[in-house]
Design a protein around this ligand. Structure first.
Ligand code: PMP
Length: 407
């Protein structure tokens, strides 16, 4: 009976956010949640998003009708080109299908559900995540009943990639496993494979007939370069892999609460690829219908307005550079301040890592201490959101880290 439902723990990240809000200390710093903040620690509406928004609001023909099950077609086709590249063989050969989803989370979920239903049912292959990974991966894939395994990813010693560990686990995984990969700006570590390493990973995945599942939440936000951040996905597609991609527009458009995202499935080249993809698309549509009927319109309309207008698209790229540039500068500032202070340890990982997050290497004990003493909030694994740093607080944070490391 319902009385027996056990209490679930609070979501750690959203719990941290609530604790930060309650804190009345004037110098408190939020390095928890992964949302972009400007140099005044305020949410930033991208100027190009504001323009698209104004344009939409002025449109007398705009209404609130349902979108199709697969979403806004102008949006999904632009999203497909953005991630796969305008010259993608998968697009030319019509062997990619795309459905609009509830942001990146919805895309991961739709992919997980589809794979649970059509890919692994008879063989029960597991899905492999990096250790660590975005905490929600675990819940999403567990909810659809897929067996979960992990591959090593982060080396505590080098604070970089444990490439040997990653390769050997993927190599020894059951043939046909699903391998979840972060396309760029790995969350939570900020550590990405190099292009040479991606090629080796692709070779192992091919050899073991694994299925690559790319999660892409930071295209353009990581390096400021849309092509660069999509490189790994495009490389796998060029290599002829069958794969899927979960694409989020939360960070790169600052559309967090609007839930704009896309799920893409790409089949391998072959004479029957077109038929295969239309069968896959038909099943995805049924799953989508049963879960959400049709996706929310507004965020997709904003993204679509920008993606389909060359002038707005060019402006968006500048906005991406503003965000990624500020974050890269904060990495440099934090590192040099820690080095100036002579803080024990090495800090080059802060500038080596990329994207929204840095894995500082602080222990859970230090994380709790820095929260208590300095009111600096970060997740228990020592992850900091670089976007929470700015020229007004980076000194303060560096000193607080210095202090807690010396204690
Ligand atoms: N995957 C990863 C790795 C992420 O970091 C995020 C954002 N935190 C997401 C997916 C999806 O986020 P959203 O649903 O807000 O697009």
């Amino acid at each position: 009976s319902a009385e027996k439902v056990p209490q679930a723990p609070e979501d750690p990240l959203f719990g941290l956010m609530a604790a930060y809000r309650k804190d009345t200390f004037d110098k408190k710093v939020d390095l928890g949640i992964g949302a972009y903040r400007d140099n005044n620690a305020k949410p930033w509406v991208l100027p190009v998003v504001k323009k698209a928004d104004d344009r939409l609001r002025d449109d007398p023909n705009l209404n609130h009708e349902y979108l199709p099950i697969a979403g806004l077609a102008e949006f999904t086709s632009a999203a497909q080109k953005l991630i796969l590249g305008v010259d993608s063989p998968a697009i030319k050969e019509k062997r990619a299908c795309s459905l609009q989803t509830i942001s990146g989370t919805g895309a991961v979920h739709l992919g997980a559900l589809f794979l649970a239903k059509f890919y692994t049912r008879s063989q029960n292959q597991p899905v492999y995540f990096s250790n660590p990974t975005w905490a929600n991966h675990n819940q999403i894939f567990a909810n659809v009943g897929l067996p979960i395994q992990t591959y090593p990813y982060f080396s505590a010693k080098t604070k970089g990639l444990d490439f040997e560990g990653m390769k050997s686990t993927i190599q020894s995984a059951t043939e046909g496993s699903i391998i979840l990969l972060h396309a760029c700006a790995h969350n939570p570590t900020g550590v990405d494979p190099t292009r040479e390493q991606w090629k080796e990973i692709a070779n192992i995945i091919r050899e073991k007939k694994h299925f690559p599942f790319f999660d892409c939440a930071y295209q353009g936000f990581a390096s400021g370069d849309l092509e660069n951040d999509a490189w790994a996905i495009r490389y796998f597609v060029e290599q002829g892999f069958e794969l899927c991609v979960a694409q989020s527009f939360a960070k790169n458009f600052g559309l967090y609460g609007e839930r704009a995202g896309c799920f893409h499935f790409v089949t391998s080249p072959g004479s029957d690829a077109g038929n295969t993809i239309s069968r896959i698309a038909s099943q995805l549509a049924i799953l989508q219908r049963s879960e959400i009927s049709n996706p929310p319109a507004y965020g997709a309309r904003i993204a679509s307005t920008v993606l389909n207008d060359p002038a707005l698209f060019a402006e968006w790229k500048e906005n991406l550079k503003t965000m990624s540039g500020r974050i890269i500068q904060m990495r440099k500032d934090l590192k040099s301040k820690l080095e100036e202070l002579g803080t024990p340890g090495t800090w080059n990982h802060i500038t080596d890592q990329i994207g929204m997050f840095s894995f500082t290497g602080l222990t859970e004990k230090q994380v709790l201490k820095i929260r208590e003493d300095a009111h600096v909030y970060m997740t228990k694994n020592g992850r900091i959101s670089m976007a929470g740093l700015n020229t007004n607080n980076v000194d303060y944070v560096a000193k607080a880290i210095d202090k807690v490391v010396r204690e």
